[in-house]
Design a protein around this ligand. Structure first.
Ligand SMILES: Nc1ncnc2c1ncn2[C@@H]1O[C@H](COP(=O)(O)OP(=O)(O)OP(=O)(O)O)[C@@H](O)[C@H]1O
Ligand SMILES: [Mg+2]
Length: 332
């Protein structure tokens, strides 16, 4: 089979994949209104509400990406006891994601970022203010125990376990220990990679890799040193450093390095959430039996598709197939 045919075959098996996504889930809200007048209550704009859009954020976006690629997904994380939690449950459940493992903490709000944007009759829409709901309190021991229990319950039944750590408190020593009880734990975290000792693969972006390595990555040699340093510090089999417009570099514990260029450099409109898409396609390719290099290529391909769309985006198996077919890359 040609290299490309092998990748097509991996994509064909995405729907057979099952994943447990653990992490800091959030709700992203977008409220839009048209400016009417200035208030008499204070020097503020009054907007006439037009529409509200709610989309999964944080770890929920990672889970959503998996679901759109056809996989069976279970989500474990913490939500509050509020309307935002209900909205998140509905959106995830509608995408076919199992939300029965969500743990409820009545003392904290569901993490929510609400953007309020306005436009006058003809003007472009622009953001006016953003309201964040979240708690800075660490998770109670009881909640950590509940989370760990849910992780243990679902881990065995899934072919991979993904940690999506936005540093919002889901991951404590206790819950991390529960996630590491799996042979295929993939970690996407903003910081603290070494806390996930022995996980299979990490997907830091460049700033995250610099932070974790403790030095700036300015040259190719720096990148090599960072890859080696992160492998050493985490005990991982692979470190995949995603490098934005430079694509990605995969470092293996066997001393190998493979570079993959960004497959789409001309039609890039919004890179938000591209990291979550990489993790989803990469993980499903691994579960399907691909090696880490093939998985990284498919993660990179999926990212090259979603950066074309505004907002956090997802892609599907049919789109992956067609973009793979058109991909002209000399290594394939
Ligand atoms: N400017 C860009 N041009 C082309 N491709 C890009 C660009 N930015 C990102 N990508 C693609 O998306 C992948 C992941 O991007 P990046 O390294 O920015 O991840 P990230 O910072 O974790 O993203 P996020 O946290 O917003 O989800 C890259 O490896 C590349 O394939
Ligand atoms: Mg990221």
């Amino acid at each position: 089979m040609s290299a490309k045919a092998e990748l097509h075959a991996l994509i064909d098996r995405f729907a057979e994949g099952s994943v447990l996504v653990v992490g800091d889930l959030a709700l992203d809200e977008f409220l839009t209104g048209v400016t009417e007048r200035i208030s008499r209550e204070g020097p503020v704009l009054i907007l006439r509400h037009e529409h509200t859009r709610q989309v999964p954020g944080g770890a929920a976006n990672a889970a959503y990406n998996f679901a759109k690629l056809g996989a069976k997904v279970t989500m474990v994380g913490v939500v509050g006891e509020d309307l935002q939690a209900q909205a998140l449950r509905n959106i995830l459940a509608e995408a076919g994601i199992d939300v029965s493992g969500l743990v409820v903490d009545p003392t904290r709000p569901t993490i929510t970022k609400t953007r309020i944007a306005a436009h006058s009759r003809q003007s472009v829409t622009q953001q006016v203010v953003r309201i964040d709901r979240k708690s800075d309190e660490p998770l109670s021991l009881d909640l950590q125990a509940q989370l760990s229990e849910q992780i243990a319950t679902y881990a065995a039944a899934n072919a991979a376990l993904v940690c999506s750590d936005y540093l919002e408190g889901t991951f404590t020593d206790k819950t991390i220990a529960a996630t590491l009880n799996h042979s295929r734990t993939i970690v996407d975290t903003h910081a603290g990679l070494e806390r996930y000792q022995g996980a299979y693969l990490f997907t830091p972006n460049l700033p995250e890799a610099e932070l974790a390595a403790g030095f700036a990555i300015r040259s190719d040699d720096d990148l090599n040193r960072a890859g080696a340093e992160l492998l050493h510090r985490t005990g991982a089999k692979y470190i995949l450093i995603t490098r934005g417009e430079e694509g990605m570099s995969l470092f293996g514990v066997d001393g190998t390095r493979r570079d993959i260029p960004a497959f789409n450099r001309t039609q890039v409109f919004d890179v938000t959430g591209a990291g979550d898409t990489v993790v989803a396609a990469l993980t499903l390719a691994l579960i399907a039996g691909g090696d880490a290099y093939q998985a990284a290529i498919l993660g990179n391909l999926a990212a090259s598709i979603v950066v074309r769309q505004f907002g956090t985006a997802t892609t599907d198996v049919a789109t992956l197939h067609s973009h793979l077919e058109e991909l002209e890359w000399t290594f394939l």
